[in-house]
Write a protein that binds this ligand. Structure first.
Ligand SMILES: *Cc1c(COP(=O)(O)O)cnc(C)c1O
Length: 233
């Protein structure tokens, strides 16, 4: 696995997509999704300049945090159980996967205890897939309004996991929908709510995502290769 070559290819694609969309490369953050991968591989990618890493399990993320350099921005991108919130509050740059008021309230409780502000995204199940977490599109306004009242949480935008498709074009309409949703929310000017971050696009569709306004793309396989779910740290 030549991580350097993979990373260069991803970087080239990101630049191409930015160019297609008339966007500045600086508007897009590449998150290296390192779940199931050993820290030796994370370190290699770190040494190539990556500072944003995405993990989907609390224990694995915490283990890696202890070993890896402390200027890394850690992104929680997986479904988060309320009983695990306490382990990551104050340690993550961004929690992408807030999908209930109940979860937001627990983040608030832990953040208040530690006297920190926690940046979050609201996860929307834009394609309404039964197998995926995230709230319904129609619930988003109400959820954002409720979470905005919590004083230790800052809503920064929206996240979605698009369907797995062979052809990235098939997800373009979903990406447009989520972006439009963020525009509609922004126009409400809710206190304590920013909509400056849009987290969507994975290995199969990140170029299309960037063309449709993503500001964070989450790329795992494209950088680290296929995952073997047995091996951790
Ligand atoms: C695993 C994962 C990714 C990365 O998926 P790839 O297809 O390997 O790029 C992105 N986002 C989330 C939420 C994930 O769980």
């Amino acid at each position: 696995m030549d991580l350097k070559e993979n990373l260069m290819q991803v970087e080239e694609n990101i630049c191409k997509a930015c160019k297609n969309a008339g966007r500045d490369r600086k508007e897009v953050t590449l998150i290296a999704v390192s779940k199931t991968k050993p820290v030796s591989m994370l370190q290699e990618v770190y040494d190539l300049g990556i500072r944003d890493f995405g993990e989907n399990k609390v224990q694995e993320m915490c283990d890696k945090m202890e070993i890896m350099p402390d200027d890394i921005r850690w992104h929680m991108i997986g479904h988060l159980q309320t009983n695990k919130v306490k382990y990551i509050v104050g340690k993550t740059a961004l929690i992408h996967s807030v999908d209930s008021l109940h979860l937001a309230e627990e983040i608030e409780r832990q953040a208040a205890k530690k006297d920190v502000m926690v940046s979050i995204l609201v996860q929307v199940n834009i394609a309404e897939e039964k197998s995926k977490f995230g709230i319904h599109k129609e619930e988003t306004f109400a959820m954002v309004e409720q979470i905005a009242k919590l004083s230790h949480i800052q809503i920064r935008g929206l996240m979605t996991i698009a369907p797995y498709v062979e052809n990235a074009e098939d997800n373009r309409a979903y990406f447009r929908q989520i972006r439009q949703l963020s525009v509609d929310i922004r126009e409400q000017n809710i206190d304590n709510v920013n909509m400056d971050i849009l987290s969507f696009g994975m290995t199969g569709d990140y170029m299309t995502a960037i063309e449709e306004g993503a500001t964070m793309v989450r790329v795992g396989t494209g950088i680290f290769g296929e995952r073997n779910y047995k091996k951790v740290v």
